[in-house]
Structures are given as C-alpha cells and as structure tokens.
Design a binder for this molecule. Sequence first.
Ligand code: GDP
Ligand code: K
Ligand code: MG
Length: 310
Amino acid sequence: MTQEQQAFHSGFVAIVGRPNVGKSTFLNRVIGQKVAIMSNVAQTTRNKIQGIYTTNSEQIVFIDTPGIFKPSSKLDEFMVNSAISTLNEVDAVLFMVNAQETRGAGDNYIIDRLKDIHKPVYLVINKIDQIHPDKLLSVLEQYKDALEWKEVYPISALQGNNVDEFLSQLSKDLPEGPQYYPEDQITDHPERFVVAELVREKVLQLTRDEVPHSVAVEVESMKRESRPGKRADGQPNELVHIAATIIVDRTSQKGIIIGKGGKMLKEIGSRARADIEPLLGDRVYLELWVKVVQHWRDKPSALREYGYKS
Ligand code: GDP
Ligand code: K
Ligand code: MG
C-alpha cells in the first residue's frame, strides 16, 4: 500500500488591530510561551515579534505588529511604518477587534490601509468572553461590509474559545510550502530582546499612569557564571547574570521607578526574574539600573541603541 503524503501548509501571518485588542495575548496563547509582552497599556508592543506555530502538517509564522495609528513622535512613526511594511511581506493578515468596543476612527484607519494590500484578511473578533452572545451580531454588523473578509472568527484569546478552530482554518488556507523554521523554535528574537521586553512589561504593569510611554530597557550584558559549590540537587551552581538599564525621560520618573528605599525597583526585578528564568531554563541574577536620557524618543541614535532600528 502506498503511503498518503499529507501536504504541508505554511506561511507568514501579520496580526494588526488597535492597541489593546489582544494581539499579544493571542500570540502567546498560540505559541504557549511568553514571547510578546502583555499589559493593558496601549502600545506595549514596539517591535515586530514572530511567534512560530508548528504541527505535523503546518507552520504558521505570526508577526505581532505595533499598532497602526496616527503618529505623533519619531518613535510612533517608527512603529507605524514598521507595521505597514509588514503587511506587504505576508501571506495573510489577521485583523483583530475588541468585541466590547464599537468600530471607531482607529479601526477605519487600519481598514483603509488593508484595502491597499491584496492579501486575504481574516476578521477576528476578540474578547467574546466579555460580551453577551446576543451582542455579537451587532459587532458583526459594524464590520461585515468594511472589507471583503476571507473569514470571520469570534474568539477569546484569553480563555482560548474558538482559537483552535481559527488556526485550523488558517493553515488550511495557507499555501503548500516548506517548514521555514525548526519545529522547536518559537521565536526568532534573540533572548536579549525578550529579556528587555519582560523587564519593560513589569515597569508598565507596576507603575501604570505615573510613568507614561517613556520607558526603554537595554540589556547591557548576559553571561553564565559559576558559583562555588553545588546546588541541593547536585547540579553545578550556575546562573545567568543579567545587567539591564531602564531608561526614562525625566528625573522624577527615575524616582518613581526606584521607589522608596529601592522597593519598586526590587519588585520590578523579582517579577521580571520570575518570567525570565523559565524562558532561559536557568537561574537568573538580575541587576537593574535606572538612567535618565532626556527626549530619547525623538533621538534617532537613542532609538537605534534601544533596539528600535528603522
Ligand atoms: P495588544 O495591544 O493588542 O497586543 O493587546 P494585549 O494582548 O496586550 O492585551 C491587552 C489587554 O486585553 C490585556 O490586559 C489582556 O489581558 C486583555 N485581553 C486580551 N485578550 C483578551 C480576551 O480574549 N478576553 C479578555 N477578557 N481580555 C483579553
Ligand atoms: K497592549
Ligand atoms: Mg501587543
């Protein structure tokens, strides 16, 4: 008997949508590990993040784009341009909206951009766990004629509803193609970048409104060190020593991040460490510094230094 060769489908899929609709949450659910940072602060995601989903029959390479919105600084411009250029490089686009919100100028701005690219676009209505099922129809009504959608999927990225169904439809629609990355690879970002993003996430989560979007994190060094003796489990006493700097705009923000007696910085460090250790699969010693660089968001050299290359 001859063996049936099942066709392998693969491709690149961009995730776009207004800030905070749940793009990073979706990506993290699909990939099952923390690759894109999440918070409820708008514009948490500043770089393209790839998450790679691989099974026996498909590989989907997701690109989480920073929000597409009207830019008001050089950093904004960098983020928006980066998102738009992504759209021309992919096989399909996932446009995500929040079921709780009504269609607004931000959505229309993105939809207009999607009209210019000739790629299949999936409308994904997220956060359905937050609305009464009856309300879904009125959300659909607002979007159904906005674009020629390839498919429409209501999901909850947070709780997982309908996510698998969407993924299998998506991979069926993608072209037959190669496996671009090894099956155990989940992201193509260097560890340093992910570590910096995890520290930045903790700053955003812990300081909220007090420190606006003026924080960057630079990982200065990451090295494995041996300490004397052995661990309780008999393994060599090794750890990864990471030194990172949190960059802010103003001296007052530096004070907030350090906190009374260094309390805030300590909290940022211990929460970040808790996420970094499983990522690196190793114990971590995290050394954090805080530096004021005035107007860094409008200095091209500073943007490059902190990883926002154009
Ligand atoms: P992004 O800016 O589009 O990447 O949005 P995030 O993934 O950072 O999510 C923004 C906020 O929405 C976070 O607080 C998430 O926990 C929350 N969120 C994302 N998806 C869902 C969902 O399906 N249901 C609910 N209830 N909250 C969600
Ligand atoms: K966000
Ligand atoms: Mg995001």
